[in-house]
Design a protein around this ligand. Sequence first.
Ligand SMILES: Nc1ncnc2c1ncn2[C@@H]1O[C@H](COP(=O)(O)OP(=O)(O)OP(=O)(O)O)[C@@H](O)[C@H]1O
Length: 717
Amino acid sequence: MEETLNAAQTQAVMTTEGYVRVIAGAGSGKTRALSHRFAYLVNDLGILPGRILCVTFTNKAANEMRRRIHQLTGDNDTGYVSTFHGFCVSVLQEDAHAVSYPKQFMVLDNGDIDQMLGIIYEERGLTLQDMTFAQARDRIEIEKIFNRPQYYIDMINMDLETLHQKYLAAEEPMDIIFYGYLYQEKKCFGLDYNDLIKFTLYIFEQNDAIRLKWQERLEYIMIDEFQDIDQLQYDLMRVLAGYHKNLFVVGDPDQTIYTWRGANVKFLLDFDKDFPGTKTILMTQNYRSTPQILNVCNDLIRHNRTRIEKNLESMVGPGAPVLAHHAASEEKQAQWIVSQIRRRLEHGMHYRDIAILYRAHYVTRSLEEVLIKEKIPYMIYSGMPFFERREIKDALSYLRAAVYLDDLSIARILNVPKRNIGKTRMETLRTYADTHSISLYEALKQLAGTDSFRRTKAHEFIELMDAFHAEYDRRPVSEVLADLMNRSGYERMLRTEGSQDRLDNLAELKQSVFEYETTIGEETSAEHYLRHAALFSNSDLDDRQDRIKLMTVHTAKGLEFPVVFLCSLNEGIFPSKKTRTLQAMEEERRLAFVAMTRAQQYLLLSEAEGKNLDHSFRYPSRFLLEIDPQLMEYTRRPSEKLLKEANAYIGRQEQRLLEDAQRVIYAKGTRIVHPVFGEGTILETDEDTKAYLIQFDTMATPRKITFRAKLKTLQTK
Ligand SMILES: Nc1ncnc2c1ncn2[C@@H]1O[C@H](COP(=O)(O)OP(=O)(O)OP(=O)(O)O)[C@@H](O)[C@H]1O
C-alpha cells in the first residue's frame, strides 16, 4: 500500500539541507515523515544509507524504522538507525583503540553490574543493609553524572593495578563501591550506558582524525524524540553535525517526560538560537485519534502554562465519546474495566488491541486479580524486565562466554546446570586466577586435572566452551545460541525443573535473536548482537499473542492502540504524590497527555475512591477534573460533595506549589535568623523533603527546618 504524506510531512521530507526543526504534535506522523525522509535521501538524492544517522529513542523504534526503510528503499543496508547508545557502540567498535580499549569491550547491563557489586560486597564485607544493589547502581550513576563527571579519565588513563590500589585504599562505603566498580569494569573492559556516551565524546574531543572521520561520514543526521534528549546527547550530536551541518530534529514539547533523567526541552525550544538559519516546520494534523479523543487531550494540555500553543487537529472521522468512570473502590474500577473490555470485544476488537495504562506499577494488583478471575489474558510490560530474567541472562551469558570467555559470564554459567563446582571450588578458582593474574577460565583449565576438580564436570565444560569459541564466528548467532542451550544441558535442566515459563522465554529470546539477525543484515556477528542486547529493554519485544497489554505511561511512549484505558486517575497516584514543584506538575500533565494521545478509537478514563497509604482520602485527579465534562460521557459520576472536597484539596495543593515556586532557597553555609531559635548556619538543603539542616548557635545538635519556616538571612560583615 502506497503511503501518502500531507503538506507539512512533505516539506519535512524534502528540506534536506541545513538545520531543520520539526515541532510535531502527538500522532502527526513523525515516524512516517522520518522514514520517508530517509528513503528520499537514498532513492531520490542518491545518498548512501551508510552515510545517514537516524537516532531514535528506543530500540523498538529503531527496529520499526529499519523495517520501514527497508520496505521503502528495498535496500538491506539501513545505515545507522539506532539509539544514542547503540550509535556509540558502533563508534567504539571501530575506535575504542583510541582509549586503549579492545574491540571486544562489553556493554554492561544491570545484571552484570549487580554481579560486580556482589564481588565487591563480599571482598569488602559490605551488606545489603548498607545499600541494596539497586541503590548502589543509582548512586554510581549519580556519582558519574553529577559528583565525579571526570571519572572516565581515571578509567581510561589509570592502569588496572592503580585502579585496584585506589579501590583497596578506599574506606567510605561509597568510595569502596565506586572504585571497586570502576576496577571491575576495567578488568573486563566493560562499559555501562553512561560510559558509552562519555567515551565516545572523549575520543571525539581528543582525536581530531577520528572525529573528522565520523563527521565526514555522517552527511545527514536525523533525531527523533528530540524533546527528551539530555546534555551529553546534545553535545554528541552537535559534534557529529559540525562538518556537513545537516541536522534534522523532530520532537513534541508537549511530550517531554524524562526531565527527571536529565532531559531538557530547551534543546528543542532553543534549537534555532543555537543553530542560526534553522527552518521550523509545524505538524499538527493527527492521523491517530478521533476528534472526540483529541478534544479531551487538547483540553488537558492547555492547562500547562509553559508551552508553545498548538492544537491537534484530527484527520480521522468522528468516533465514540470518551468515557469517564468514578468507581467506589479499586476492585470496582477493575470490574468496570473488564466490563468495558468485553463490550469492545463484542464490537470486533481483539484483546491485543487493548492497552491499560497507569502511572506506576503498584496499581496493577487489584487489576490483575480481577483479570485473572475473569480469565482475561494479559501481559505486563516491564515489572521484571525480560532481559533481566534469570534464564535470559543465563542464555546470554553462555553466548557471551563462548565469544569472550570472560570472568563474569564464566562465573555465572560454570555451575548452571550443576557441574559440581560450588562455592568452595569457585573460591579456589578465583584465588588461583588472582594470584596468577589469569582469567577464571584459564584457571579452570589449569586446575581441571587436579584432585580438587576430579569429581566435577570441568573437563566437559572446557570441551564445550572451547568448541564454541573456535567456531562461533562462522555461524549465525541464532544457531550458536540454540545449539549452546541444547549442548550445555541448560534446556534439559529447565525441562527437568518443569519451568515452562522459562522455556517459553527462552524460545522468545531465540526468536528475537533470529529477527534481529534478519533485520540487521549480514554483518550480525555474535559480538555485534551481544553489545546491542545489553541495550535492549522490555518494550523492545513484540508481543504476538492475543492478550491485553498493561504498562506504565512511560513505557507506552511512542506506541498506539485502538483502545486505551487510563486508570487510577487519582490525586497522589497520577499526579504522583512525589510531585513537589510547578515544573514537575506540568511534566505529570504531559505524561497524562502522552497516555491519552495513544488512543486511536476508544479512550476510557477511570479513577477509584479509597484510602492512600497514609490513610488520607483519595480524590479524583486534577487531570480528570480539568477536562471540560461536556467532552466526556460519565458512566458513573463522583458525588457533588466529593467533587467539592476534591477541588478544595487541589486548590490548596496548587497554592502551595505556587508559593514554593516563589520562595528563595538559601544555599548551604548561609547564616540565617529563625524567629524563635535565633541565629544559625545552614548545613544542608534537602529538596526532597523541602527542609534545611540548620545548626543553631545556641544548640548542641542541628535541626531539620522546613523551607516554609520564616527565616531571614543575616547580613555578613
Ligand atoms: N499522511 C498520513 N496519512 C494517513 N495516515 C498517516 C499519515 N501520517 C501518519 N499517519 C498515521 O498516523 C499514525 C501516527 O503516526 P506516527 O506513529 O508516525 O506518529 P508520531 O508523530 O510518531 O506519534 P507520537 O509522537 O504520538 O508517538 C500512524 O498510524 C500512521 O500510520
